[in-house]
Design a protein around this ligand. Structure first.
Ligand SMILES: N[C@@H](CCC(=O)N[C@@H](CS)C(=O)NCC(=O)O)C(=O)O
Length: 335
């Protein structure tokens, strides 16, 4: 649901974060973020998880960590941990456990984050590589995995260590996902599959791939502006490259500005003007992109209540739309 929680209202008004002491910027499918979520969940750390659209990173994430990767953990005292291994390390500390520093663990972690991740990316995005031969990259990755397999055969207790599961298995899962049938049939991967397969079906992974650890839609930043629209109008605007509307049934030409809301005002705007419409879309707008398009934003009072709303003094620039989601969202989608 896009319904605004009290916590988000507090944030929108510049208040305290509320009941959740830490914030995790995350991306549902990212293996680094899955790694962090597994560790945080295992350590029973209470976090507010903010799902990020990598194409529309919220300013709060970039303010916490300018490199703009996820996961990023912002602790209650303001400390920022923006490397997944460091988040796992911090979680292990909370659990009173040490970072795995035996030979096999160190080798596996380095191989996973180094060579294996590079080959995985090569398989997933061959077009991004100069000699983008995905088949060759896959064979190299399989050779590496057979080495891992051999290590596991020699030291089977490795597979029982939760921290190695958090660190390694999200990446193996992603590789398997490229060709699950092929992966199941590869020779020399038996020990790896015996490690991976039960974990894939297990509750630890299931929990961090579902709400509230992982949502299917991105977190709404209180730094953005919001505009409700009818789905058909939005589809047409995208087709024609121009959005003529100000509010439901009235154009920018008629009104002289485009109506918008702050995050904490969206639900009330929906209830007042759109609740009876079948397909409503909420657009999140980046105010900097609006300004860059030469469209002034003015805070002006609504004539009846005096409540201040943001108004765009120019047609809504399509390039400023960072998210477009059905409204209200279906909470069941998040599972
Ligand atoms: N070394 C970082 C790598 C994290 C990383 O690269 N995450 C990817 C998503 S899987 C990302 O945020 N990419 C940024 C982008 O695509 O813009 C870590 O371990 O946390």
């Amino acid at each position: 649901m896009v319904e605004i929680s009290p916590q988000k209202v507090a944030l929108a008004e510049g208040g305290e974060i509320g009941t959740n002491p830490a914030i995790l910027y995350s991306f549902r499918r990212c293996p680094y973020a899955i790694r962090a979520r597994l560790a945080l969940a295992a350590a029973a750390i209470q976090v507010e998880v903010r799902e990020v659209a990598l194409a529309a990173k919220p300013p709060e994430l970039l303010a916490a960590s300018a490199k703009g990767t996820v996961p990023v953990l912002v602790l209650a005292d303001g400390r920022v941990i923006d490397e997944s291994q460091q988040i796992v390390r911090w979680c292990l500390e909370q659990l009173g456990r040490d970072w795995p520093d035996d030979r096999l663990a160190v080798q596996l972690i380095a191989s996973c984050d180094g060579k294996f991740k590079a080959l995985l990316d090569h398989c997933r995005y061959p077009e991004r590589h100069a000699n983008g031969d995905a088949a060759a990259a896959r064979q190299q990755a399989l050779t590496l995995l057979r080495q891992w397999n051999q290590e596991l055969v020699e030291l089977p207790q490795t597979s029982q260590r939760p921290e190695l599961q958090w660190l390694i298995l999200p990446f193996l899962r992603q590789f398997r996902g490229l060709d699950a049938e092929g992966f199941a049939q590869e020779s020399g991967l038996e020990a790896l599959r015996a490690w991976l397969d039960p974990w894939l079906e297990g509750s630890a992974l299931g929990a961090v791939m579902a709400s509230p650890w992982a949502e299917r839609r991105a977190w709404y930043s209180p730094s953005w502006l919001y505009h409700l629209t009818l789905a058909a109008d939005w589809r047409q605007a995208k087709r024609q490259g121009f959005y003529p509307w100000s509010t439901r049934g009235m154009t920018f030409e008629q009104v002289g500005f485009v109506h918008a809301s702050w995050l904490h005002q969206v639900a009330a705007t929906y209830r007042l003007f759109y609740a009876d419409a079948a397909d409503v879309v909420v657009l999140a707008l980046d105010p900097q992109a609006i300004a860059a398009a030469g469209v002034p934003i003015r805070q002006e009072p609504a004539p009846d209540t005096g409540e201040f709303f943001p108004h765009l003094y120019g047609p809504l620039p399509l390039g400023a739309v960072v998210l477009a989601d059905p409204y209200p969202g279906d909470a069941s989608e998040a599972s």
